[in-house]
Design a binder for this molecule. Structure first.
Ligand code: MOS
Length: 685
């Protein structure tokens, strides 16, 4: 067990986050957001802004330099007069101080030819279409057998529709860029990003530079959850402004501006049809998903993807339909796809358990499968049943009275619920170097990202293990695009992917080491592209089970999650102390999803109404009572040299369903629209 290597640096304030990099003569940027939900910019009146002493530049569609690439509509900042959603960046002020920049931004007058925005998300929208594919390169639709007929013929039928709202990532550190153009025409970005290498590539393309002419520095990142997995407009805006004023420019997106500009989870409408025999064995599964995207870019979330791998059933169908609305483009948020999809599937499984009169743990065990149902591939390992059994034992599931409202303590109704979890075990190619220094230490370099996950520590542990060296002798360098290129911290792929490159580089170094290290050191490198390409065909996924106990106040409808247990089977756990934080963090986000988080669209103005932490509620410490995450020893030879699966996202998958199922057990009320607020639980009050 290894505590976070940079822990001391962080708690003493030595660890530098993007905004904190000292610059010589920095200027500050404040961005202006569109006040129209859709339309054209008629004019930008900058006179009063420019009159303010200390204003260095005002940028808008009327004077912004053209970008070399506009292929990503979200990043084509200030490139046209078109307003595609309310809150889009339409202008920016650069000034000597942040206060001046903000005051000048307030004085800017933008005139719009506005039209009424179409922002109402619904499943009967005429613009719904089937995307060519959904995220992760998956097919939009799949079908096997005769699902509709099989469903109608089934003894037990569940036909239910769930909705999940738009949700916003709220990392502690906002999206931040410090942009600095060097004298040789190259660009340095101190950036809060989940991927220095991919950020470098994208920004180089946008500014028409070679990849080597952009350097992205991001050793410490204060959370991302997916929102920083792709570059956002702040990076483009800051870089553009820095070139304009010939000085370094600092831009931290204010929390209020993040809600329109840094991504969010799409709302979903999901219809689930489960048909089973009297013993609960599934005969048909139909999962139809409706989602939104923007007019500037397609983002099609893979919400039904977990339904393709979870349970055995001969007849099955999954579909995704998307509608382009005048809204910001949705993006990644912790387990995009699996999180909303498994909320719906695992809630429907609970409804099936109730309808069939079968214990919900037993129902899932009965529908387990040793092959991935749709692909027919064997699983590299699948320990869902073991997670359910282990969790049931630890949680005290035995003897549970299935009847709703069967437990009461004073003015509180108590209930318990269960749900399964799953997340793909991915492996991305990348490079790393390992170097033996003459003083007996080692330096390991890779452009990995530690966004608070403990990645740096896990990689150092792997390096020390491979080099058979004390951890104290390993120096781990991450978070800089000048290091060997690595994949993004996304899709829970980091430790597996970067770890493979680190282990291979360290193995190569060990082979080259014999006797004393020369003064210039000895270095070895690895590139895992070939190794990743020739992986055998297996279905690779982590699995888990959530157990939740809730207490519902019968007068107020307030739900408290009094106990929560997650049991996971995610391959080898590299570093228990940081891994536990990942699981518990995911489960905590699951509490938020179940009970609090909801971005409310104002249909008249076309914008999310809640845009700060006072109005967008995430769990606080007082909301997280007794939460425990454990894991099974799982040995899987088909993954990577470490035998590790990803752990960053599976903690949230299914967590909201377990809580919703517990609320139903406590109260007898099935709330199918998240979040489960008192108003939804006590509709008649
Ligand atoms: Mo994660 S939402 O894949 O960064």
């Amino acid at each position: 067990m290894t505590y976070r290597l940079e822990g001391r640096e962080k708690v003493t304030g030595q660890a530098r986050y993007a905004y904190e990099y000292p610059m010589e003569d920095p200027a500050y940027l404040a961005a202006v957001q569109a006040e129209a939900g859709r339309g054209e910019i008629v004019s930008v009146d900058t006179a009063s802004a420019r009159r303010l002493p200390g204003v260095l530049a005002v940028l808008s569609c009327e004077n912004a330099p053209p970008l070399a690439s506009r292929s990503n509509g979200e990043l084509a900042v200030l490139q046209s007069r078109t307003v595609s959603y309310r809150g889009q960046f339409v202008a920016a002020v650069v000034a000597e101080t942040l206060e001046t920049a903000r005051e000048a931004a307030r004085l800017l007058r933008v005139e719009y030819a506005a039209e009424a925005p179409d922002v109402r998300f619904r499943d009967d929208h005429s613009g719904l279409y089937r995307p060519d594919e959904v995220n992760a390169g998956l097919p939009a639709d799949t079908e096997q057998g005769a699902p509709e007929a099989a469903f109608s013929d089934s003894d037990v039928q569940v036909d239910v529709t769930y909705t999940t709202p738009a949700e916003h990532n709220n990392p502690m550190e906002p999206h931040t860029t410090v942009a600095h153009w060097n004298e040789d025409g190259s660009l340095t970005l101190y950036e809060s990003t989940q991927g220095a290498s991919s950020h470098q590539r994208t920004l180089a393309r946008i500014f028409g530079l070679d990849r080597e002419q952009v350097r992205v520095v991001s050793p410490h990142v204060g959370g991302g959850f997916g929102a920083k997995g792709t570059p956002r407009p702040n990076a483009v805006l800051a870089a553009m402004a820095a070139r304009e004023v010939g000085r370094p420019v600092k831009f931290a997106v204010p929390r209020q501006q993040m809600y329109a500009t840094t991504g969010y989870r799409t709302p979903t409408i999901q219809r689930l049809r489960l048909g089973a025999d009297a013993d609960g064995r599934l005969n048909a599964i139909v999962h139809d998903v409706v989602e939104q995207t923007s007019t500037v870019r397609e983002f099609a979330e893979q919400a039904a993807s977990p339904t393709r791998i979870m349970y055995r059933a001969p007849h099955r169908r999954t579909t995704h339909r998307v509608v382009r609305l005048d809204v910001p483009t949705p993006s990644w948020m912790r387990a995009p796809g699996e999180t909303p999809g498994m909320y719906a599937l695992e809630s429907a499984m609970d409804e099936l358990a109730v309808a069939a009169g079968i214990d919900p743990v037993e129902l899932r065990v009965r529908n387990d499968t040793d092959r991935e149902p749709e692909s027919g591939l064997p699983f590299s390992s699948r320990n869902l049943v073991a997670c359910l059994r282990e969790g049931a034992g630890r949680f005290g599931w035995a003897g549970r009275d299935p009847a709703p409202r069967s437990r009461r303590a004073g003015r509180r109704l108590l209930g318990t619920g269960v749900a399964a979890a799953t997340y793909p075990a991915r492996l991305n190619p990348g490079r790393a170097t390992a170097r033996a220094e003459p003083d007996g230490t080692f330096t390991v370099r890779i452009a990995a990202a530690d966004i608070g996950t403990g990645a740096r520590t896990a990689l150092a542990v792997l390096a020390a293990e491979t080099l058979k060296a004390d951890l104290g002798r390993v120096r781990m360098e991450v978070g800089d695009s000048s290091l060997p290129a690595a994949s993004v911290a996304g899709g829970s792929s980091g430790t597996a992917s970067w770890g493979t490159a680190v282990v291979r580089a360290c193995e190569a170094l060990r082979e080259r080491l014999n006797g004393s290290v020369p003064p210039e050191g000895v270095e070895a490198s690895a590139d895992t592209a070939d190794e990743v390409k020739v992986q055998e065909e297996y279905a690779r996924h982590a699995f888990g089970a959530h157990f939740a106990e809730v207490e519902v106040d019968i007068d107020t409808g307030e739900v408290r999650v009094s106990r929560m247990l997650g049991v996971f089977a995610a391959g080898r756990i590299i570093n228990p102390v940081t891994a536990r934080s990942q699981f518990v963090g995911g489960m905590t986000m699951g509490i938020g999803m179940a009970l609090m988080e909801e971005s409310v669209m104002d249909e008249r103005f076309g914008d999310y109404l809640n845009r700060d932490l006072a109005q967008y509620h995430v769990p606080a410490c007082a909301d997280v009572l007794d939460i425990e995450a454990v894991w099974l020893e799982e040995s899987d030879p088909h993954l990577n040299p470490m035998g590790a699966k990803g752990i960053g996202e599976i903690g949230i998958v299914g967590a909201a369903a377990a809580i919703g199922n517990a609320v139903h057990h406590a109260t007898g009320v099935r709330v199918r629209d998240l979040p489960i607020t008192p108003a939804r639980l006590l509709p008649d009050r």
